[in-house]
Design a protein around this ligand. Structure first.
Ligand SMILES: [Zn+2]
Length: 414
């Protein structure tokens, strides 16, 4: 059974192009903010394609969409695949949608081959993977995995001050938010096809990436309160310079990240706000925003702890007040060896080259991993470019991904 014989690359490319036309911006620029008019039209388009393929479509209370191909043993937990169709402002045509329309094409190919799945195969379109509207990424999968509670979700506001309740109701999604959370075991396994959004595969001429780990960030906001004063009149003894304290913390974080000895540990202070910010004034207040990432949660949290300890030590020694606020700490993911093996076997069967790699940006799979074993399959994208209108994946790359996904889904669902 070779999916290649039934794969309609032209048809899939035409569907990707049609979906890219559904945009708040002038095509080829793609902008689809969750619950906006384009997002809703795009959802309708995808649902119609799913229905036409004979899939049973249901939606949850935040608009996560499930399209199920019933297996011969419908009581078994399904194999999930899918991604997202929302797009940040000024984005391109492939991020997320390759996993949704490509996942659908994989199902259609298996149908045409006469394959009968034992486990159901379910195509999932997650709501709001992008943080554009609510400032938080992976809203739908986060709620599905109970990483974000209904109460936390209800407190979210967009720039115009509109809440999730108002916007989801307006989009036609009602019902209790409690029902969005799914239990562990709801999916037997989940696999997400996605463009790499980085340059490795294309540069190395490799067809496919098998994602072994998905890194995840923790973000700590730090506020330092010292004592201001005249830069000339106030002498060095007894100064409580908030920026000098901040400088120590920035270096402490860098050293904590380096000291893990792991190449996957990264830490950054990307924001440093200095008050009053005048050349002849001692900084009295500083705000830092830090981002610490790793593929190993315990190791990342070790760096976080070292940073917190530095805050306590520097505050005591310099006589400044330091408060911290954990903005988020998302779970890094280790992908499932059985799914990776199925993907690798499928790639070999299709004569496609592949390599194991780390996903540096998070994805819906990051959160699905809290309730099911997951893996991701990356295809190259030109120049590693993503989140831009010139984002591009060739029909051959996409076809390879779909072909391998289809073979792997067939194996997992058997
Ligand atoms: Zn994406």
């Amino acid at each position: 059974m070779d999916p290649h014989t039934q794969l309609s690359t032209d048809g899939l490319m035409a569907e990707l192009a049609a979906l890219a036309q559904i945009s708040e911006a002038e095509p080829p620029v793609v902008t689809r903010v969750v619950f906006g008019e384009a997002d809703l039209r795009a959802r309708t388009y995808v649902k119609e394609l799913c229905t036409a393929a004979g899939l049973a479509v249901t939606e949850d209370a935040v608009g996560n969409t499930f399209a199920r191909w019933q297996g011969s043993e419908p009581g078994l937990a399904p194999i999930g695949t899918g991604s997202h169709i929302d797009a940040i402002p000024n984005a391109g045509s492939y991020d997320g949608v390759v996993g949704v329309l490509g996942g659908l094409e994989a199902i259609r190919v298996l149908q045409k081959l006469g394959f009968k799945p034992r486990r159901s195969i379910e195509l999932v379109t997650f709501t709001a993977e992008e943080p554009t509207r609510f400032g938080i990424g992976c809203l739908g999968s986060r709620m599905m995995a109970s990483v974000l509670s209904p109460a936390q979700a209800l407190a979210l506001r967009d720039k115009e001050g509109r809440g999730l309740e108002e916007l989801r109701t307006h989009a036609g999604f009602t019902g209790s938010l409690e029902s969005v959370a799914l239990p562990r075991g709801r999916f037997h396994q989940f696999v997400e096809l996605h463009i790499e959004q980085g340059p490795q595969l294309e540069a190395e001429g490799i067809d496919l990436g098998l994602v072994t780990h998905i890194a995840a960030p923790a973000s700590l906001r730090i506020n330092i309160e010292g004592e201001g004063g005249h830069a000339g009149a106030k002498l060095m003894p007894g100064r409580k310079d908030a920026l000098a304290a901040a400088a120590e913390l920035i270096l402490a974080l860098e050293s904590a990240a380096k000291s893990t000895g792991a190449i996957d540990t990264v830490a950054t202070v990307g924001v440093c706000e200095v008050f009053p910010g005048a050349v002849n004034s001692i900084p009295s207040r500083v705000g830092l925003e830090t981002d610490i990432r790793d593929i190993d949660g315990a190791r990342r949290d070790g760096v976080l702890s070292a940073l917190r300890a530095a805050c306590v030590e520097v505050a005591a020694r310099r006589g400044v007040k330091i408060t911290t606020d954990l903005v988020n700490a998302d779970p890094p993911t280790t992908c499932d060896p059985a799914i990776l093996a199925a993907l690798e076997e499928a790639a070999v069967k299709a004569g496609r080259s592949c390599k194991r790699m780390v996903a540096r940006a998070y994805h819906d799979s990051s959160f699905v991993s809290c309730i099911a074993p997951v893996a991701m399959l990356f295809i190259p994208c030109r120049g590693g470019v993503s989140h831009r209108p010139d984002e591009y994946a060739s029909p051959q790359w996409i076809a390879s991904g779909v072909r391998v996904l289809a073979t792997a889904l067939a194996k997992l669902a058997s």
